[in-house]
Design a protein around this ligand. Structure first.
Ligand SMILES: *[C@@H]1O[C@H](CO)[C@@H](O)[C@H](O)[C@H]1NC(C)=O
Ligand SMILES: *[C@@H]1O[C@H](CO)[C@@H](O)[C@H](O)[C@H]1NC(C)=O
Ligand SMILES: *[C@@H]1O[C@H](CO)[C@@H](O)[C@H](O)[C@H]1NC(C)=O
Ligand SMILES: *[C@@H]1O[C@H](CO)[C@@H](O)[C@H](O)[C@H]1NC(C)=O
Ligand SMILES: *[C@@H]1O[C@H](CO)[C@@H](O)[C@H](O)[C@H]1NC(C)=O
Ligand SMILES: *[C@@H]1O[C@H](CO)[C@@H](O)[C@H](O)[C@H]1NC(C)=O
Ligand SMILES: *[C@@H]1O[C@H](CO)[C@@H](O)[C@H](O)[C@H]1NC(C)=O
Ligand SMILES: *[C@@H]1O[C@H](CO)[C@@H](O)[C@H](O)[C@H]1NC(C)=O
Length: 904
């Protein structure tokens, strides 16, 4: 059973204190300590902690289970204590002795019962004392010691009387709150204890069931300026006598909100004509009838609220006598119940309100706007008819004709009045109107221009939310060139692609709202001449095509001329491109919103002129990379960045700069880090951009250089090795030639050319002899002289000597190459060697190869240490397969043999 209690008690307490269920306040475990403020509320404390800073001046120990405040004497600097919502039964006797600076003590919602002087003595500094929601029983004159008190609340203490003392006391009291007690009679001497309180001004008597007010009860507090009886149950008769008692007081404000008055007669407020009352609140009273002349007693009244009543009828004398009224609040004052017909406002009902400046008739229901309904409102500045039910369908040139008498009218609020048509000259009598609000209606027409004729001082027109049924023409706004604000959100149908643009006459336009219109077609002259435009709202349209590179004729730069823009909203337009020059020279742009588009790759310099940007919205796009080249300028001095919900590519190239910016910026980035998620690469997928490791990129820099260096070295080495392996012979060969050439150039050239006995030394295999005889020897007849071993060798000479001697005597050496030759050991080992040697000494041209068979370079090299590449191309000949080419072969051979060996 005990256990049950322990479990249930806290639950019960929480609910009892109005923090039930979902709103239950979580208990803290530690006090929050500010500089000299300490918050120990909601901690389930049984006693005030003893370990708080000694210099604490403001202490909140509310919502605990305190039974005593005894440990407070530790903190002698305390000035403000909130001990509300505890279980305190007394105010400690010596509290103010140990806390000499105490100014404000809140004991609301405790169980303080008996209270007498001794508990509050020494509280000289106390200015505010809240003892509401206790069980006070006053013993003697408990408050007589509170010399500095200005504000005293003893609401809801089941007090039977307003009389808190018999002796004059509380010399500085300004406000007394007695709400919610069991006071039913205000007796003659009830407030005599305040007779010396020269500052007393405010008396709050809300939530009482007052039956009677005795004669002279306010005499001792005639300085009273504010009397509040809200939510008290009072009869018409009580109200009448209350007003009589208030005669002669300094009353300025009387609040009778929700006091269950049902009707007011022409004498109810008679007593108040001997006051200077300026504000009267009669709201929420379910009043159905106000008799003519009821307000004749208020020649000085400035503000009257009849809000939230059930009036049925206003006549030309309802407001009789309110010649000084400035504000009249009739919001929901007249309503239509489902049984009754629409209330009636007679012509000239406001005739007496010659000083009225502000008339609010929002949410009222009345039969119709008649010809003279608003007559006589000579000083009217604002008329609010929003959401009123009047049966108005078409606004004609007579609807508001009665407002012609209100030359100062500036604001006409016709929001949500079921208007479906504006006739020509609808507002022609309102020449000084500056603000015309027509939003939330059903206007369905083409604006030709004459509808707005006569609005010669208009600054703002709001036609937003009109079911997208208004279409514009070139002339729609020709009569309102003074317009500065034009709101057409969710209002338009048809095209805006016209020349000249409907907005062209609006040279001073600063705010243009065209959001939610499905606009898809506009031309480059759309904002032509609107050099003062500051705010352009075009979210939720269909502008994607206009900015596409692929658009026929190129992108449409429709923002041209509007370079003074401060706010540009292009959310949800399906944009996937921003043309390079679209935001060119928007130096003053403060806020750019491109939420919910399809943007990914952006031109590097597209935002380069946005140096003044403070707010950038790019959330919910397809942005993968945020690089300095694109975002360096716009993010340089940002206040707020919204770029969450993009598929970021968390690689060094795409995100490094951004991740560093995010970690170092002073700008606020709502949703960071949890809504800034990497989409790629796999390593970072679904992780926050915050987790991107910038070090992984930083280390790259030296390593990269090293990597490039070493890989280059390896490649070079490889290259050299391959070169040496495959082309080494070439290097070696040409090197030798070069050396020999340099040596040879020292020799006398004339000797070398004339010293040969033969034109050519022919090397061939024995098997090819027939071919040689048949194909080469005939050339000897012409002009050449060959050396053939078998034929010309002198018998007796060694083969070796023959070769050396005669090769040296021959100007050229001809190899007749077949597979057989390659197998000839003499040829391989010596002739070729010698020939090559001679080539090096003389010249490359001295060697001629004739291929009778196709022999690979590889076997050629292996057998003869020769390669095709060693010789000049004209010295390498192939025996043709086709007979008809043989003469050409001979031709080539002749020129090869005849060619000089001279270096050229
Ligand atoms: C109050 O005391 C705390 C330490 O107990 C100290 O940090 C703080 O600065 C003091 N504040 C003032 C206003 O003296
Ligand atoms: C009302 O105001 C006038 C002028 O301001 C003043 O002379 C008069 O005493 C005031 N009446 C009351 C009852 O305060
Ligand atoms: C109050 O109205 C009644 C008629 O309803 C009229 O006889 C009387 O003169 C009016 N009193 C004042 C003070 O206007
Ligand atoms: C109102 O319009 C009608 C035509 O529709 C015209 O005859 C009349 O003169 C206009 N009245 C005013 C006050 O402009
Ligand atoms: C016009 O009425 C609407 C709807 O009641 C309200 O929100 C708006 O503040 C009003 N505007 C002015 C200028 O009174
Ligand atoms: C506009 O107001 C001025 C005074 O502020 C007044 O002289 C003028 O007649 C008014 N114009 C209209 C058309 O009401
Ligand atoms: C535009 O504004 C300027 C400066 O405020 C003003 O002089 C000019 O008359 C205005 N033009 C129109 C057509 O209202
Ligand atoms: C950044 O903005 C502040 C005001 O928000 C401004 O004072 C400052 O000059 C700006 N700095 C740059 C570099 O634009």
């Amino acid at each position: 059973m005990e256990l049950m209690k322990l479990i249930l008690l806290p639950l019960f307490c929480m609910c009892f204190h109005g923090h039930c269920a979902g709103t239950a306040y979580p208990h803290k475990s530690k006090c929050t300590i500010g500089n000299t403020k300490v918050d120990c509320s909601h901690m389930n404390l049984d006693a005030v902690p003893a370990d708080l800073p000694k210099n604490v001046t403001t202490l909140d120990v509310s919502h605990n289970r305190l039974k005593t405040l005894s440990s407070l004497h530790l903190y002698s600097n305390l000035m403000n204590i909130d001990a509300s919502y505890n279980s305190l039964t007394v105010i400690e006797e010596d509290l103010c002795l140990s806390l000499p600076h105490l100014q404000s003590l809140n004991m609301q919602h405790n169980e303080v019962h008996l209270i007498s002087e001794k508990y509050l003595k020494n509280c000289f500094q106390l200015t505010r004392l809240d003892l509401s929601d206790n069980r006070l029983k006053l013993n003697g004159e408990p408050f007589s010691v509170l010399k500095s008190l200005t504000w005293l609340d003893v609401s809801r203490n089941t007090l039977k009387s307003a009389k808190l003392g018999t002796q004059p006391q509380l010399p500085n009291l300004m406000t007394l709150v007695l709400s919610g007690n069991e006071i039913s009679v205000l007796q003659k001497n009830d407030f005599s204890f305040l007779s010396n309180s020269s500052a007393f001004r405010v008396l709050i008597l809300s939530f009482l069931s007052l039956k009677k007010v005795e004669n002279g009860c306010f005499q001792t507090i005639a300085r009273l300026s504010d009397l509040v009886l809200d939510y008290s149950k009072i009869s018409l008769q009580f109200t009448t006598s209350l007003c009589e008692e208030l005669a002669g007081t300094a009353l300025r404000n009387l609040s009778l909100k929700n006091t269950q008055q049902v009707t007011l007669s022409n004498t109810t407020f008679q007593g108040l004509d001997k006051t200077n009352i300026t504000v009267l609140d009669l709201s929420s009273n379910k009043m159905t009838k106000i008799a003519d002349g009821t307000f004749q007693w208020f020649p000085r009244l400035e503000s009257l609220s009849l809000e939230h009543n059930s009036l049925k009828h206003l006549t030309k004398d309802t407001f009789l006598g309110l010649g000084n009224l400035r504000q009249l609040n009739l919001q929901k004052a007249l309503i239509k119940s489902h049984t009754s017909s629409l209330p009636v406002i007679e012509d000239f009902s406001f005739l007496h309100l010659v000083q009225l400046e502000y008339l609010c008739m929002a949410n009222t229901a009345f039969r119709e706007i008649t010809e003279h309904i608003f007559s006589g409102l000579l000083h009217l500045k604002t008329l609010d008819l929003s959401w009123s039910i009047t049966g108005l369908k078409t606004v004609t040139n007579t609807t508001f004709a009665s407002l012609q008498e209100s030359p100062h009218l500036q604001t006409l609020n016709l929001t949500a009045m079921s208007i479906n048509k504006l006739a020509p000259g609808a507002f022609s009598s309102l020449g000084n109107l500056t603000t015309l609000l027509l939003g939330h209606n059903f206007i369905n027409q083409q604006l030709k221009g004459d509808e707005l004729e006569g609005l010669s001082n208009i600054k703002e027109i709001d036609m937003s939310i009109n079911q997208q049924c208004i279409s514009l023409t070139n002339t729609s706004f020709i009569h309102v060139p003074t317009l500065r604000t034009l709101k057409l959100g969710r209002a338009l149908k048809g095209t805006l692609d016209m020349e000249p643009s409907p907005f062209k006459p609006l040279v001073n336009l600063t705010i243009l709202d065209l959001s939610n219109n499905n606009i898809a077609n506009i031309n480059a002259g759309f904002l032509k001449g609107l050099y003062h435009l500051k705010v352009l709202k075009m979210q939720h349209n269909n502008l994607a095509r206009l900015w596409k590179t692929a658009n026929p004729g190129g992108p449409v730069l429709f923002l041209k001329d509007a370079t003074k823009l401060s706010v540009l909203d292009l959310d949800y337009n399906g944009l996937d491109e921003i043309p390079l020059n679209a935001l060119h020279s928007f130096f003053e742009l403060h806020e750019l919103s491109l939420r919910g588009n399809l943007l990914d790759q952006l031109h590097a310099s597209v935002f380069d002129d946005l140096q003044s940007l403070k707010y950038l919205h790019l959330q919910k796009n397809l942005i993968t990379s945020v690089q300095r080249v694109t975002f360096g300028v716009p993010l340089s001095n940002l206040t707020d960045l919204y770029m969450d919900h993009n598929p970021f590519d968390c690689t060094c190239e795409s995100i490094l700069w951004f991740s560093e910016w995010l970690n170092s910026t002073n700008a606020s980035v709502p949703g960071f880090p949890q809504s800034y998620i990497c989409n790629t690469p796999n390593a970072y997928f679904n992780r926050s951009v915050m987790h991107f490791d910038p070090l992984s990129c930083k280390d790259m820099t030296p390593f990269k250089a090293l990597y490039i260096l070493s890989s280059t070295a390896v490649l070079m080495l490889l290259f050299t090795a391959f070169l040496a392996h495959f082309q080494g012979w070439r290097i070696q060969f040409f090197w030798s030639i070069m050396v020999n050439r340099m040596l040879g150039s020292l020799k006398d050239e004339s000797i070398t050319e004339g010293r040969y006995a033969y034109d050519a030394y022919i090397i061939h295999s024995a098997e090819d002899r027939p071919w040689v005889e048949r194909s080469l020897l005939p050339l000897e007849d012409e002009k050449f002289n060959f050396f053939l071993e078998d034929r010309d060798a002198i018998p007796g000479f060694s083969q070796l000597d023959t070769i050396v001697e005669n090769m040296g005597q021959s100007r050229k050496i001809i190899f007749v190459i077949t597979e057989m030759l390659l197998k000839d050991p003499w040829c391989r080992q010596f002739k070729a060697h010698h020939a090559v040697h001679q080539v090096m000494e003389d010249n490359r041209d001295s060697l001629i190869l004739i291929f009778l068979q196709d022999v690979t370079d590889y076997s050629l090299n292996r057998s003869l240490h020769l390669r095709r590449g060693m010789l000049k191309p004209h010295c390498v000949l192939n025996w043709p397969l086709h007979r008809e080419r043989i003469p050409a072969f001979h031709q080539k051979l002749c020129s090869a043999i005849a060619s000089t060996n001279r270096v050229n």
